[in-house]
Design a protein around this ligand. Structure first.
Ligand code: SF4
Length: 387
């Protein structure tokens, strides 16, 4: 359905109410229905959409809000690519470029363990020089092995589909070869970042050198087939349209349906909206988008529609407190989210883009935010087991 056609129907309040009723009965809603919800502007209808998302969150995962004690480690910002939203990347040898040694990474992991972390989330730039014996995979495997040998209790949530493609391309390997080697070394799950918006017309503008939508989907599905769980994300609030946002959600739903029908051992564990922060992003995209910080109201409506559209397939929805701030993320817990993410301890990618949410939250801060909503909280593992 075109957006023009959808906005014609938008005046029909009963149509929106019927969609919300069906969703509350546990039925799937169509992409046209989801788009209709997403373009609503009436405060009354938006409140009904919020309430529906909140009820579905209650039905699908209950009232307890979960969090994970984790540490983010961005091991290098040296990157061969030039995404138009990225303020993090540097060329090797230029000011601000860094590449952590294994010793530095182990020191950060030790610090995380001392703070009761159960997870290390590790991602970095695509550094062509990150090789051992001329092989990228050997570098990545040895890095993972060093962490897992020293701290076997830590779950490693590491290396996006883009990083998997980079390693495979550098070494002339298949995606499956890379994933299996990382798994054997100790990677426990794959971040579903680099998805940005799964629409190649958008990708040609915001990340022209990145893997295509089809390749992102192929690598995520390969991970599921091989028993490696993944997460999923959407970079929202830049040049993409509401139709492209919904099409993105539809692709995530199809990936999950495929994993279920194929009886793959693992699937997508959570969905995270990453609102675009443009304050320090390269100027062309920043001026095209025309603002530096996310619009909370847009993000909350998208959060609710994502719960209504995806909740039957991906039950765990998490806001990004780094990008929205803790108050914004707390609000998102009343728009369909059930998880507040992790302590992170440090974060460079969004901080360098100009985000205001900070880079570290204590367990007490996470618990306090959840408690303010009169909801129970529980620490979870990366894979959503309650601890
Ligand atoms: S977003 Fe990632 S791949 Fe793109 S330029 Fe930044 S570090 Fe490189």
């Amino acid at each position: 359905m075109s957006e023009i056609a959808a906005s014609t129907i938008a005046s029909d309040i009963s149509t929106v109410e019927r969609i919300l009723d069906r969703a509350l009965q546990g039925e799937d809603i169509s992409t046209a229905d989801a788009l209709l919800l997403l373009i609503q502007t009436s405060p009354d209808l938006i409140e009904q959409i919020r309430l529906t998302a909140d009820k579905l969150r209650h039905q699908q995962v209950g009232d307890t809000v979960t969090y994970v004690i984790n540490r983010n480690i961005n091991f290098t910002n040296i990157c061969e690519q030039h995404c138009s939203f990225c303020a993090f990347r540097r060329d090797a040898g230029t000011e601000g470029a860094f590449w952590l040694s294994t010793e530095q990474i182990l020191a950060k992991a030790a610090d995380a363990v001392s703070l009761s972390a159960t997870e290390i989330c590790m991602q970095g730039g695509l550094h062509p020089g990150a090789k051992i014996g001329g092989r990228s995979l050997t570098y990545y495997v040895e890095l993972v092995s060093a962490i897992k040998t020293t701290f076997p209790q830590l779950h490693l949530h590491a290396f996006s589909p883009q990083e998997v493609e980079f390693i495979a391309r550098q070494d002339g390997l298949s995606y499956a070869d890379v994933i299996m080697a990382l798994q054997r070394a100790g990677v426990g799950s794959m971040p579903g970042t680099a998805a940005e918006v799964l629409d190649d017309t958008v990708r040609r503008v915001i990340c022209p050198e990145k893997i295509s939508s089809a390749t992102w989907i192929e690598i995520i599905s390969t991970a599921h087939r091989l028993g490696l769980p993944t997460t999923s994300t959407l970079l929202a609030g830049h040049i993409e349209t509401p139709s492209q946002q919904i099409a993105h959600l539809e692709q995530l739903k199809q990936i999950q349906q495929y994993a279920i029908e194929s009886e793959y051992p693992t699937r997508i564990t959570e969905f995270i909206i990453l609102p675009f922060v443009g304050e320090s992003a390269p100027a062309p995209l920043r001026s095209r988008v025309g603002r530096d910080q996310p619009i909370l109201a847009d993000n909350l409506l998208l959060t609710a529609v994502a719960r209504i559209f995806l909740g039957n397939y991906i039950p765990n929805h998490q806001p990004s407190w780094v990008k929205l701030g803790l108050e914004g993320a707390k609000t998102a817990l009343t728009w369909g989210c059930n998880d507040l993410g992790g302590t992170l301890m440090e974060e460079h990618i969004t901080m360098m883009a100009g985000a205001k949410g900070g880079t570290c939250l204590s367990v007490a801060q996470l618990q306090g935010a959840i408690g303010d909503l009169d909801r129970d909280y529980r620490q979870r593992s990366t894979l959503y087991e309650l601890l």
